[in-house]
Design a protein around this ligand. Structure first.
Ligand code: ACO
Length: 323
């Protein structure tokens, strides 16, 4: 008998504070029209002082557990996709585990930048399919605005904070049909940070830690790569484009999302779009968009959903699932 991992609950959390494009006009040389035309972003949420990635993850996880109607003590693993952990160690997953009060179970982070949630989901899916685990909490959580250079208009306007979570459970019913993950470290310099623990964190040399991105080059690779991951996923499952009910893409840029939807011959009303409200929240983007799609009543039980993401590394991946 095939064991599937099925999503039995989702949740998301966005910090209260909102930074609009108009607010950004006062911080850097930019304007609302440029940001909306080039990215589709209208606003992003900013974590409060003293609010960390594990706090956002906790709030999203509580909602996912409630939706799944289970307790944290029912979980047997926690995986967090994040590129902005609270600390270098302990992992954000360990800090989250402590907040949830379920000691003892395995808990670890996955860093695959914006593809972090898809990577984490793919690991969780394999654990459940192997029969060793029954209920895994998979989270994407980020406080990316903490590593933004607010003087660099080419990146400051793009990113936001947030967290999304799903509970996966072993099931006889179809759930996750397949996951696909890829990376190419040759393009590391196109999307990276200016420093890190091993290379040195001395602020006097290079200023505070900050995201550095050659946006235009990343854009071109992202559009091409997301097209090929869609083809790979459909071929693997012997499905046609028309078999997909919903596309839940990584929310980096509306133009990338539109290009991927066009490639799938999908109408935009079959695509979940939240980038206008959240900006790019990296690993949090796909699970937050999925939760929005489900809670808004757009995505319905039994439908076929394609998740996809592309991010720093480069990393990219997809998951095809029946809800
Ligand atoms: N406001 C006003 N003007 C700006 C701004 C801004 N915020 N930022 C850049 N510009 C200017 C540039 O200086 C440039 O001016 P010039 O023509 O006089 O030189 C002009 O706008 C065009 O700049 P481009 O970089 O070519 O703009 P582009 O259309 O490529 O849009 C963007 C930039 C939005 C970053 C886009 O390239 C993009 O979305 N890239 C992909 C991002 C992505 O998907 N990242 C992956 C995930 S992120 C992760 O993994 C952490």
């Amino acid at each position: 008998m095939t064991i599937y991992s099925k999503i039995i609950g989702t949740g998301r959390y966005l910090p209260e504070k909102i930074l609009t494009n108009k607010d950004l006009e006062k911080i850097v040389d930019t304007n609302d029209q440029w940001i909306q035309e080039r990215t589709g972003i209208k606003q992003r949420h900013i974590a409060a002082d003293g609010q960390y990635t594990s706090d956002l993850a906790y709030n999203a996880s509580i909602k996912a557990l409630e939706a799944a109607d289970i307790q944290a003590s029912d979980l047997d693993m926690i995986i967090v996709g994040t590129t902005t952990p609270d600390l270098i160690f302990p992992s954000t997953a360990c800090l989250l585990q402590s907040k949830l009060g379920c000691p003892g179970i395995g808990a670890f982070d996955v860093n695959a930048a914006c593809s972090g949630f898809i990577y984490a989901l793919s690991v969780a899916d394999k654990y459940i399919k192997s029969g060793s685990h029954k209920r895994i909490l998979v989270v994407g959580a980020e406080t990316l605005t903490r590593i933004v250079n607010w003087e660099d208009r080419t990146t400051a306007v793009l990113f936001g904070d947030g967290a999304g979570a799903v509970v996966l459970e072993a099931s006889k019913e179809q759930g996750i049909l397949s996951t696909h993950i890829h990376a190419n470290g040759d393009h590391a310099d196109l999307l990276t940070t200016n420093k890190g623990p091993s290379r040195g964190m001395d602020d006097s040399q290079t200023g505070p830690i900050a995201i550095m991105m050659k946006g235009n080059a990343v854009f071109k690779v992202a559009v091409k790569t997301l097209g090929s991951i869609v083809d790979e996923t459909l071929e693997h499952n012997n499905l046609e484009k028309s078999d997909i009910d919903w596309l839940v893409p990584h929310q980096a840029n509306l133009r990338i999302i539109t290009a991927t939807a066009r490639k799938l011959k999908m109408d935009m009303n079959q695509v979940i779009v939240t980038v206008d409200q959240t900006g790019n929240t990296s690993a949090a983007s796909v699970p937050m968009a999925l939760d929005y799609g489900i809670r808004s009543g757009k995505i319905k039980k039994g439908q076929t959903v394609l998740l996809e993401a592309f991010g720093g590394g480069f990393t990219w991946g997809s998951a095809l699932l029946k809800l």
